[in-house]
Design a binder for this molecule. Structure first.
Ligand code: SF4
Length: 295
């Protein structure tokens, strides 16, 4: 892989643009400022060249040019790790590798091979791989395999699975994520099998948008609070979000809609978190859904 460009700010985040076989690849790293890298370090890598899902809020869907090989996925991780820890010993307490930049991970089975390989490549006691998915239809095979890998290599809270549904309204979910997806019942059935004692619960992720309802009672009907953890995030400033006229319905993590939702989730026995990142990351372009190559 050849690095074409990098943008970022020390102690906050960097985005790297690389080239593999004449195809563009984007990946990012971020720190949890003001904590130092030894406390928390997050790598966010791509699995596809672009993305065929074309979610309305995400710039990765502007084009699609195929799956990345296992080697292409690992080359992103290698680049960021060897820059900082050339001996492959990574003494970071919370070291996350998120499969979440460009491309839905469930569309690429090489992601499974990468997950199997990571513990052989690095001495990283704090490693937590994190798969972030929109839950495409017929991806039960992918989740079965992920489950086996988690049980073999990443037990006791060392693995994170995030499923982004964004709204409890089925038609609005189809509008925002315009591919066939697992139903809420199917997601719930996957979780029944997936979450074992001492595991992290599955994160159910929602961008808090205007006109896209998040109804705690609907969530409670389908998603067991023993298996799911709720995450609320803002809409990041992607060019597709602007083009598709999507609007944040909250301006900060203390907004009244957020406060009301958190209270209702608490009442329904859900653990929940509001994840508003460092605003500087929006300028750098390292936040979820952002893709800087064409901007
Ligand atoms: S949000 Fe994920 S699945 Fe949707 S277009 Fe972006 S990368 Fe693809």
């Amino acid at each position: 892989m050849k690095i074409i460009k990098s943008v970022g700010k020390e102690n906050i985040a960097h985005v790297y643009i690389g080239n593999i076989d004449n195809k563009v690849i984007e990946f990012a790293e971020s720190l949890d400022y003001p904590k130092d890298i030894y406390e928390k370090w997050v790598l966010t890598i791509s699995c596809l060249y672009g993305c065929p899902a074309k979610c309305l809020m995400c710039d990765a869907g502007k084009y699609y040019d195929g799956r990345m090989s296992k080697e292409a996925i690992i080359s992103q991780i290698e680049y960021m790790i060897l820059k900082r820890f050339p001996d492959r010993n990574i003494p970071v307490k919370k070291f996350k590798i998120q499969f979440a930049r460009m491309g839905e991970p469930a569309f690429n089975l090489d992601v499974l091979e990468v997950l199997k390989e990571l513990p052989n490549l690095y001495n990283a006691p704090g490693l937590i791989p994190s798969i972030s998915t929109i839950g495409p239809k017929n991806s039960e095979y992918f989740f079965d395999k992920i489950f086996n890998i988690k049980e073999d290599l990443y037990k006791n809270g060392k693995f994170q699975l995030q499923i982004s549904i964004h709204t409890t309204n089925i038609n609005k979910r189809d509008e925002l994520i315009p591919i066939k997806k697992l139903s809420f019942t199917e997601i719930s059935q996957i979780a029944e099998k997936f979450v074992k004692e001492n595991d992290r619960k599955i994160t159910l992720n929602f961008i808090v948008l205007e006109n896209y309802p998040i109804e705690p009672n609907v969530i409670a009907k389908y998603f067991d609070p023993n298996n799911f953890f709720i995450k609320l995030t803002p809409l990041n400033p992607t060019s597709n979000a602007i083009k598709n006229k999507l609007k944040n319905s909250v301006s900060s993590s203390t907004d009244i809609r957020i406060k009301d939702l958190l209270e209702e989730f608490d009442y329904l026995n859900y653990e929940s978190v509001v994840s508003f990142g460092n605003p500087e990351e929006n300028n750098i372009g390292s936040n979820c859904g952002q893709y800087i190559t064409n901007n």
